[in-house]
Write a new protein. Structure first.
Length: 467
């Protein structure tokens, strides 16, 4: 396997774009604006590197463990840069860096083993798992490093190489992560490309790519799948969510209110599996609305680099406009802002943590994925009504049930049409578990051994048994 080398970034004059700090709305750096016609050479080098990388599983393990150590060592550089371009509190950025290293360690030693099987014939049969080839990854702006590692860690552990494109809103920390990893990985095993569209569309449809993995919105996911279909590349799509939380009539509101609030508002609500709708029984409705409203009013909103900050800004201007639009539409339709309901009067993309009551069930803030610091709370008369409302959506990422009787809560959770259901908590994932959406929330499986085998194909060998 080639000796790891530090790769040089392109330096073509003029081919750069501006990166904004969401806490100020002002430019603070630039990133390389790589062009679609550069991808032929990038993917070609990834293919060439694949031959050596796939050949030595033991060397892959060693390299990935060294890469994890390098990420840990670079945390003081990566986390502040991540906060600067994404907006999240610094403590959350450090947690994201740690999760990136942890995922590398988790997959590093998960080498696929040969699997003998019998089918009644006088032959010895064996399944041998083979990597696919160069993988393309397209990563969004809400968890740039964590979601990048969710793609490259299993892909590289399986013996593939990868070309990864971060969002143009958050290219810098990912680019730095690529430089950090290049000290441990052979050249061209993992390549980070940054740029604006149509770079991502071209990468997803590139004929040299054998697997396309994407996290983002449902409309963009459809476009990615259509692009990959041209070459029949495998696709893994982690798409949007509109997760519902159902509170049962025995829920201890004061006990769960803080957990429920942060399940909706962590990372300023910019989490695909965040709670985005709450259904509360009529007799508890006022109590739930008041408790969540109090926590929203008490949350400290500010720049992520300020140690006192609990909620940072929305990441970018288009997303802030979306949040403003959905909130204004709900208020115009008769909803009541128990807390927030407006953009904060300060520089940057800040929106007040918002709890909405009396929201029409057909309001877009309920039926769509708002992806921001806004939470509608809706009453229900009976439990079947709540479950039906929770399932009445094209989304199917996650959901949760909150109550004191855990057996009853589990029975209700089992009725939710989603990929993951939680009881008395939400959006907590283990590296070892499968993560997949139902309905329009995704195609394929990430996480755990399922994520590894999503980057492999079976190769079957039959040979006669010895006489």
């Amino acid at each position: 396997m080639p000796t790891p080398q530090r790769r040089q970034s392109p330096t073509t004059p003029g081919e750069r774009f501006t990166v904004l700090d969401p806490a100020t709305g002002e430019a603070f750096d630039e990133a390389f604006d790589q062009q679609p016609d550069e991808l032929d050479a990038v993917v070609g080098r990834a293919h060439d590197a694949w031959h050596g990388w796939r050949a030595d599983p033991a060397a892959r393990t060693t390299a990935l463990l060294a890469a994890a150590d390098a990420v840990d060592a670079a945390g003081t550089d990566l986390a502040p840069l991540l906060t600067r371009e994404q907006g999240k509190p610094l403590a959350e950025s450090y947690a994201e860096v740690a999760r990136t290293a942890a995922r590398l360690r988790y997959f590093a030693e998960m080498a696929p083993r040969r699997q003998p099987f019998t089918d009644g014939r006088p032959v010895r049969s064996e399944i041998r798992w083979r990597p696919l080839g160069p993988v393309a990854a397209l990563v969004p702006w809400n968890f740039p490093l964590q979601l990048a590692s969710a793609k490259f860690a299993p892909a590289l552990a399986a013996g593939n190489t990868m070309v990864l494109k971060p969002s143009p809103f958050t290219p810098l920390a990912t680019r730095l992560l690529g430089s950090v990893l290049s000290t441990a990985l052979p050249e061209d095993v993992l390549t980070i490309v940054t740029g604006r569209e149509p770079l991502g569309a071209r990468l997803a449809s590139h004929p040299g790519v054998r697997h396309v993995t994407f996290t983002g919105s449902i409309p963009t996911g459809r476009a990615v799948a259509q692009g990959a279909a041209a070459t029949l590349a495998r696709v893994t799509l982690e798409l949007g969510g509109n997760d519902a939380a159902i509170l049962l009539d025995d829920a201890d509101v004061e006990r769960i209110a803080d957990r429920l609030f942060w399940a909706a508002f962590r990372n300023c609500g910019q989490v695909c599996m965040a709670v985005k709708r709450v259904y509360a029984p009529a007799r508890l409705y006022s109590h739930v609305v008041e408790a969540l409203g109090q926590r929203a009013k008490a949350a400290v909103v500010g720049a992520g680099l300020d140690p006192a900050t609990e909620l940072g800004p929305v990441n970018n201007a288009p997303q802030l406009a979306r949040v403003e639009h959905y909130t204004a539409r709900a208020l115009a339709d008769g909803a009541r802002a128990v807390a927030g309901g407006h953009r904060l009067d300060r520089p940057g993309y800040f929106f007040a943590p918002t709890i909405l009551a009396d929201v029409p069930a057909d309001s877009p803030v309920v039926t769509e994925e708002q992806f921001g610091p806004v939470l509608p709370v809706l009453p229900y008369g009976n439990l079947d009504e709540a479950v039906e409302a929770a399932n009445d959506t094209g989304f199917g990422l996650g959901g949760s049930v909150w109550g004191t009787d855990l057996d009853r809560a589990e029975e209700v959770a089992d009725r939710l049409e989603c990929g993951t259901a939680w009881i008395n908590h939400h959006a907590e994932l283990s590296l070892a578990q499968p993560f997949a959406g139902s309905k329009e929330s995704g195609v394929g499986v990430a996480g755990g051994p399922w994520g590894l085998f999503g980057n492999l194909r079976p190769f079957v060998v039959h040979r006669p048994q010895e006489a």
